[in-house]
Design a protein around this ligand. Structure first.
Ligand code: KE4
Length: 437
């Protein structure tokens, strides 16, 4: 049984000087109970907490560490960069190299602006769409998360197309009223609202594969039809690929599903574990950005040499042959076996996965006569999951050295450093824990 003495001490100290003891809410384990473990170090597929407990890591800093922690090439390149200074607030050649590499891999991205977080990238893309179209309203989807920008912390209002209501304190009604929140995967409702609001809509922003309500897969033609109707009415379509970009494939969801957005938001992997975000798309739209255009956007550390050098090495490694084939293959083994184990343990789980991105849902217990849909395809389905059982599973797996995403509404990730031995250890832990629930 692992001990968590130092983590407990560090958490109580942290709570005295940091709100909730964490610098990002999900880290506090609020969704799964218990107290967070404090991490001392990571290497490859593993992390160690401050009490020396080792974990197979499926969070990977929420996606960035696709090469695994402390990748030797990334460390070597960053160390070299550090020796020449870390930030100048002036252009450097490597920013052009990263922008060029991104636009070579993403045909929809003709120009790209680097920033310091996914939130900043999504926020800027929304402002750019509004500036470019001269329209105010935006559409987002329930359960999709695009960072903590006011206009995106809005949930569905009472009526279908009525303006949204703030989903966070501090977001004003005035801001919320320009955001319409619709159910993901419901193209009929989307078309109905767009037909009604088309003259006021600046953009639609969507995670093409939502991973912030757990992983939800887009229904067959949802993305294609979303592209068609936004194209028809010159509404800017923004793909938020902060998670899916360079994860599902080198070219992200737009490569996998063959749908080209007008703007793309990126982050996480492109910084190789350093603070970064990016938004890019058609040159015609990007040209509206300052300094050449009327839409203001800026950042002290935007495109800083350290994050850019880590991102360049990471992406170059991902262009190597078979990287994604191996990632996806090991994910298939894990997920296939987990389904068998859970069935044998009499647990009803639904695993949504695509590539090396997955979420284990604890499907709701069936009420008598209820049909077993066995499908989790939107936010409401996730809300009905057995969150208590999920929490018990998370805590049991943590005790057994497996660090999963601490929320039913999050995704898990696999790195290029996860090997069969790690999958076997994960499965034997799961067998034990699923039986104990
Ligand atoms: P950041 O501002 O956290 O770099 O990115 C915001 C963001 C934008 N778009 C998508 C699709 C995202 O998933 C995120 C952030 N993801 C969360 C995990 N679900 C980050 C973890 C956290 O908030 O602590």
């Amino acid at each position: 049984m692992p001990i968590f003495i130092k983590s407990k001490q560090y958490f109580s100290q942290a709570q005295k000087v940091i709100p909730g003891g964490v610098n990002s809410p999900v880290r506090a384990f609020g969704a799964v109970g218990g107290e967070p473990v404090f991490i001392a170090k990571g290497k490859g597929a593993y992390i160690w907490d401050v009490d020396g407990n080792k974990y197979i890591d499926y969070v990977l800093s929420w996606g960035p560490m696709i090469l695994g922690h402390a990748d030797s090439l990334v460390i070597k390149e960053v160390t070299k960069t550090l020796k020449n200074g870390t930030s100048f607030g002036a252009p450097t050649k490597k920013e052009t190299d990263l922008a060029k590499l991104i636009s070579e891999i993403y045909p929809s991205i003709e120009k790209v602006r680097l920033v310091s977080s996914g939130t900043e990238a999504a926020m800027s893309a929304i402002r750019l769409a509004r500036g470019y179209t001269g329209k105010d309203k935006i559409i987002k989807f329930e359960g999709c998360y695009h960072g903590h920008f006011d206009s995106l912390l809005v949930k569905a209002g009472s009526g279908l197309a009525t303006f949204g209501v703030p989903s966070s304190a501090g977001v004003t009604k005035g801001i919320a009223q320009d955001t319409i929140t619709l159910p993901f995967n419901d193209i009929v409702k989307v078309k109905e609202v767009i037909e009604k609001e088309k003259d006021n809509l600046a953009c639609v922003i969507v995670e093409p594969v939502p991973a912030n309500m757990g992983v939800i897969l887009p229904r067959d033609n949802f993305l294609k039809e979303l592209r068609e109707i936004t194209q028809k009415y010159n509404i800017v379509l923004i793909f938020d690929e902060v998670i899916s970009g360079f994860r599902l494939a080198l070219g992200g969801a737009q490569e996998v599903f063959g749908v080209k957005p007008d703007l793309t938001v990126l982050g996480k992997i492109i910084g190789g574990g350093f603070p970064i975000g990016a938004f890019g798309g058609k040159a015609q739209i990007m040209g509206y950005l300052s300094p050449g255009g009327p839409v203001y956007q800026a950042g002290t550390l935007s495109g800083n040499p350290v994050a850019v050098s880590a991102g360049l090495v990471t992406i170059k490694k991902l262009t190597k042959k078979n990287v994604y084939r191996k990632l996806d293959a090991i994910a298939e083994i894990l997920i296939g076996e987990l389904c068998k184990i859970s069935a044998k343990a009499g647990q009803r789980i639904v695993i949504n996965h695509i590539g090396s991105l997955f979420t284990i849902f604890f499907a709701p217990t069936l009420r008598s006569g209820q049909v077993d849909k066995n499908v989790i395809s939107n936010y409401n389905d996730v809300l009905n999951c057995d969150l208590k059982k999920f929490a018990g599973f998370f805590r049991g797996m943590l005790r057994d050295g497996v660090y999963l995403a601490p929320s039913q509404f999050e995704a898990n990730f696999i790195s290029a450093k996860h090997i069969l031995k790690d999958i076997k250890n994960t499965l034997s832990a799961a067998k034990k824990v699923l039986r104990s629930l």
